[in-house]
Design a protein around this ligand. Structure first.
Ligand SMILES: Cc1cc2nc3c(=O)[nH]c(=O)nc-3n(C[C@H](O)[C@H](O)[C@H](O)COP(=O)(O)O)c2cc1C
Length: 316
């Protein structure tokens, strides 16, 4: 089974990706969070730092680019190629209004002629191209027009997150639309959205036998060894908590060394707890709260260490 780690901007950096690949052993591809092509134009290779860090690592990395025109996107793709990548992904899914309203990410979907131009130019760079896309920006009807455009090109795969951009990351995934569009696509189809357990994946596999690859994002932050579980291993709650601790500590050490000042460090670490907390709830809720509400780095570390120690003592 092809299992992919999803790109999650602000979370799945090189350290995160390496940990997940090493701890699971069966991740087929990992995708970088998007490189903003407009920022690349202004700031150059500085914006490729996270991707460059992964070169020569254990990661089967597919770098991703986000942009609104072929010139900017191709400049980034060319740089990916120069770094030795054979394949790259184009983001047509980002739902953030400041991005989408500028005809980038999911905001590109209502403009099939733009997508046509971008893919035409991208494939001339000489690097394999895949696309990650939503059902639309404001309506799931939009993809109906876009798919014939995608089908004109020899894409490595098209990964669909079956929501529209306006939904952001909430609300129901539209399985009927996913099935309709998945079957229309000529390229191999990937599925991305709300896979948090083996049971969910098994159900989805039964429902959509045409799907070629399965991508997991937030579920892999909550459970960094989720891929192993999917291939039949049965890690205990204690082992999942240990994986969260190991990943947490690697990230904490990295951000302590690279970010300037305690508030930057706290602002970077705390959002992870929206997902890390899952394995500790409901019984260790108080210690999770204490960690997230800590006002100083010392208090944060003490609370997190207490939490990890308690989980190691009490979880089976
Ligand atoms: C905070 C956040 C940042 C994300 N950043 C990216 C990104 O950089 N590129 C991308 O293609 N998708 C991005 N996504 C979407 C995920 O890759 C994925 O498609 C989506 O979260 C649904 O899958 P999940 O439920 O397994 O997380 C992001 C999602 C979240 C929640």
């Amino acid at each position: 089974m092809k299992l992919y780690l999803a790109p999650i901007q602000g979370f799945t950096n090189s350290t995160f990706r390496s940990y997940v690949v090493q701890a699971n052993g069966n991740v087929t591809k990992v995708f970088s969070p998007f490189v903003d092509a407009k920022r690349y134009r202004k700031e150059g290779e500085k914006v490729l730092k996270d991707i460059a860090k992964s070169i020569g690592s254990n990661q089967p990395l597919i770098p991703q680019v986000l942009g609104s025109n072929s010139e900017d996107i191709c400049a980034v793709l060319t740089h990916f190629k120069e770094l030795g990548f054979e394949e790259a992904n184009i983001n047509m899914g980002c739902p953030f209004p400041p991005v989408a309203t500028k005809q980038m990410g999911s905001g590109l979907i209502p403009f099939p002629e733009k997508i046509d131009e971008i893919l035409n130019a991208a494939l001339q760079v000489g690097i394999k191209i895949s696309v990650k896309i939503r059902l639309g920006w404001t309506s799931s009807e939009e993809l109906e027009v876009t798919i014939p455009i995608l089908n004109k090109y020899d894409l490595t795969e098209v990964i669909i997150h079956p929501r529209i951009g306006k939904q952001q990351y909430k609300g129901d995934v539209d399985m009927d639309a996913f099935e309709r569009y998945g079957k229309m696509l000529m390229a191999p189809v990937g599925y991305s959205g709300d896979i948090n357990s083996v049971e969910q994946l098994v159900n989805l596999k039964e429902k959509f036998p045409f799907v070629d690859s399965w991508m997991i994002g937030r579920g892999a932050i909550s459970n960094p060894i989720i891929f192993k579980t999917i291939e039949g291993a049965e890690p205990s709650r204690k082992e999942v908590a240990l994986a969260v601790k190991q990943l947490h500590n690697l990230l904490f050490d990295e951000f302590s060394a690279t970010l300037s000042g305690p508030s930057h460090l706290m602002n970077k670490m705390k959002p992870y707890w929206d997902y890390f907390e899952v394995v500790f709830l409901p019984d260790l809720r108080q210690l999770v709260k204490k960690t997230v509400k800590a006002g100083t780095v010392a208090n944060y570390q003490a609370a997190a260490n207490d939490l990890f120690a308690k989980a190691s003592r009490e979880f089976e």
